[in-house]
Design a protein around this ligand. Structure first.
Ligand SMILES: Nc1ncnc2c1ncn2[C@@H]1O[C@H](COP(=O)(O)OP(=O)(O)O)[C@@H](O)[C@H]1O
Ligand SMILES: [Mg+2]
Length: 201
């Protein structure tokens, strides 16, 4: 069965591209490939990343408009399709969400972040399975603990807390971080588990 996983947040700079690339790499690494990584952001950050540092088993598809994105998602035959989405373009974001079996919402610790996550959740078709990933987290800080308990009170699932790491921040300039891969593999397992349960329901 094919799974379409959209990585979405209406806000930029939260960790969408990083999460999409690491989720794709973690899938291949754990024997869940092949993977299509569909970059629907006109900024092409994940496309540039993979051009500089290709990942075996991950096919890159550039689809910077809603129309190209629909086409790319329908055409992709890989077992897993990961979609990196742009921050602003609501039409493209909606297209990604409509095709998604499961949605990963990267976010961060800090003031304006929850309202952008809620705005993203409002775009999800009813019943879409979703989980949050806290990116570049400073583990052991009170801010992080407050963020986690805030989401728990709102009933939002946290599928991962990825620590802030120089190797992750280096993007395509460094080999993928093993710590990052381990965290994102765990996120992937939870996303696939939720999407399966939706398929069975
Ligand atoms: N776990 C992490 N540790 C350190 N830096 C991170 C981590 N996750 C993301 N970043 C950095 O945060 C910035 C924004 O991430 P990016 O994936 O480009 O976000 P978006 O695609 O949402 O705009 C980038 O500089 C990226 O390297
Ligand atoms: Mg991006």
């Amino acid at each position: 069965m094919r799974t379409v996983l959209a990585v979405t947040n209406v806000k930029g700079g939260v960790g969408k591209t990083t999460s999409a690339v690491y989720l794709a790499a973690a899938a291949v690494r754990s024997g869940r490939g092949p993977v299509a990584l569909v970059d629907s952001d006109p900024q092409a950050s994940s496309a540039e990343w993979l051009e500089r540092s290709p990942i075996d088993g991950v096919r890159l598809v550039e689809a910077p408009t809603a129309r190209l994105l629909s086409r790319a998602m329908e055409a992709a035959a890989e077992r897993l399709v990961v979609v990196d989405s742009p921050p602003g373009d609501e039409k493209t974001v909606r297209t990604a969400l409509e095709h998604a079996d499961v949605v990963v919402i990267p976010t961060r610790v800090g003031g304006p972040e929850p309202s952008r996550v809620r705005a993203t959740i409002e775009l999800l078709p009813a019943g879409t399975r979703r989980g949050l990933v806290i990116c570049a987290a400073r583990t052991g800080t009170r801010d992080l603990e407050e963020t986690l308990s805030g989401w728990e009170e709102e009933g939002e699932a946290i599928w991962g807390v990825v620590p802030e790491r120089v190797a992750i921040a280096s993007g395509a300039d460094a080999p993928l971080s093993v710590v990052g891969l381990v965290h994102y593999e765990n996120v992937l397992l939870q996303a696939l588990d939720r999407s399966r349960r939706r398929a069975q329901a």
